[in-house]
Design a protein around this ligand. Structure first.
Ligand code: TIU
Length: 221
């Protein structure tokens, strides 16, 4: 398959490509979660949900692999470095009890992926202790075993967990594309800068494209 993308066409085989949905969790998207405790206006992020939903439906209809990530720590916080927990002046820290349960802890209501993008049976769900999806997860080995070479990204936030995961993936040899209207940041200028820096210097980190172009390619398959 060949997708018109920036800075040039992105070519991939559906059977070797996974759709990666980064951290579309209540903790980042809804009030009362991790994102808001850091002082952010979380309402910005929900705007991408309809576009993500459309891509997910088309990708599932094409029968290709889907991978969801969650930023979530163990209940005993043994995988949360003190440096991460102590950083800044949030209203609630990781592990504290908020309106959606313990902040950024696996199994709590806030750590769940929002209902409309909930994982389907057979889709991979990766809980990650870091911003990047490879650190501490064993994901590279699983993707290698599954023969995956290309990754198409959606999710939040653009410059934090999405960009970190793309950079980790790029260093491990994956070709990566980020769907421009299926990712968002609490800061508009950070999203814009991230899209630019990913595709600059001849796709140094990867490609970007509007979701309409992916939909046209996948539906025409
Ligand atoms: N704070 C922020 O923008 N993001 C995160 O902490 N994690 C993710 O991006 N998922």
């Amino acid at each position: 398959m060949r997708l018109q993308a920036n800075p040039f066409a992105f070519e991939f085989e559906l059977s070797r490509t996974a759709l990666v949905i980064i951290d579309m969790q209540r903790d980042f998207i809804e009030p009362g979660g991790f994102g808001e405790t850091l002082g952010n206006d979380v309402s910005r992020l929900s705007a991408i949900v309809p576009a993500c939903r459309e891509v997910l439906a088309a990708w599932r209809a094409a029968g290709a692999k889907v991978l969801h990530t969650r930023e979530a720590h163990r209940a005993d916080l043994s995988d949360c470095p003190p440096a991460k927990r102590q950083r800044g002046q949030p209203t609630l820290r990781i592990g504290d009890v908020g309106p959606m349960g313990r902040i950024l802890v696996a199994g709590e209501p806030g750590s769940q992926i929002i209902d409309v993008l909930a994982p389907a049976t057979g889709e991979w769900v990766i809980d990650k202790p870091g911003k990047g999806m490879f650190y501490g997860t064993g994901l590279h080995e699983r993707l290698q075993e599954a023969g995956v070479s290309h990754l198409i990204f959606m999710g939040v936030t653009t410059e934090v967990c999405v960009q970190t995961s793309m950079r980790e993936a790029n260093d491990r040899g994956y070709d990566c594309l980020l769907l421009e209207d299926c990712t968002e940041s609490y800061f508009a200028h950070f999203k814009a800068a991230t899209l630019e820096m990913i595709r600059a210097q001849g796709a140094l980190v990867g490609w970007t494209a509007p979701s309409a172009d992916l939909l046209a390619t996948v539906r025409g398959h």
